[in-house]
Design a protein around this ligand. Structure first.
Ligand code: ATP
Length: 233
């Protein structure tokens, strides 16, 4: 279980997070939505320990995730917006990046090839360079990297950004399948309501620094605060 309690963060006079309380249970998939600039990325960075909140706590299994425990997060998976593959490494070296720190290249490569297969990329892609991949393939490779270490928690930052609707749908379906089959906890930052429907069990709306609505995806059609998002589709 990952939880935030009373997270606040300001930049100068601007308060971006004004007390965020969210809890995501083991195996649950939460989507955080909100308009551009509402602080979704800052919230994610606070959870990951990349930004220090002004106040509040991030808890993992009931215990505060202090800087000393942040190394826990190195075992978590992360799909970055725009894939963010390392240009100078091959696809399998990207996927096996963390694995290579604690096992032989042969073993890491075998796991990388297996994870690439899970996201629909054949073994022939393993030795390509990221520049040789299409946008959709790069996103898949990045997804394979996010799951390479069988993480308990996976963060997805705008997973469909830059993809056409068909590729976006395939990525959403892949994510949902992977989250379900691994039982991982998933936190997805998105403004794509198709992603919310495909990936999420629950959705939280971030607005004016607070969670304006938090509930099951199945109930969002009747939620007043979400109407602007649903109407924009
Ligand atoms: N290092 C920083 N210094 C000052 N302001 C910042 C900093 N980082 C973020 N902000 C501000 O915090 C607000 C929230 O930014 P954030 O990137 O979290 O928004 P977002 O909801 O993820 O937006 P988008 O959907 O466009 O990515 C923005 O107004 C941004 O300008």
């Amino acid at each position: 279980m990952i939880e935030t309690r009373g997270l606040t963060k300001s930049f100068g006079p601007k308060q971006v997070l004004a007390g965020i309380d969210i809890a995501v249970g083991q195996g649950e998939s939460l989507c955080v939505i909100g308009q551009s600039g509402t602080g979704k990325s800052i919230l994610l960075k606070c959870i990951l320990g990349l930004v220090e909140p002004d106040a509040g706590d991030v808890l993992w299994q009931g215990q505060p995730l202090t800087p000393a425990r942040r190394d826990f997060l190195s075992g978590f998976g992360m799909l970055f917006q725009g894939a963010a593959l390392f240009d100078s490494l091959t696809v399998w070296q990207n996927v096996g990046f963390r694995l290579r720190q604690r096992m032989s290249d042969a073993r890491a490569r075998a796991i990388a090839v297996e994870k690439l297969a899970r996201v629909g990329l054949g073994p022939e892609t393993a030795d390509l360079m990221p520049a040789e991949l299409s946008g959709g393939m790069a996103k898949r490779a990045a997804l394979a990297r996010a799951i390479a270490d069988d993480p308990q928690v996976i963060f997805f930052d705008e997973p469909t950004t830059g993809l056409d609707p068909i590729r976006a749908r395939r990525i959403n379906e892949l994510i949902r399948g992977i989250v379900t089959e691994t039982g991982a906890t998933a936190i997805t930052i998105t403004h794509d309501m198709h992603s919310v429907r495909a990936i999420g069990d629950r959705v939280a709306l971030l607005q004016d620094g607070r969670i304006a609505w938090d509930g099951p995806v199945a109930q969002m059609a009747a939620a007043d605060p979400l109407q602007a998002f649903l109407g924009a589709e």
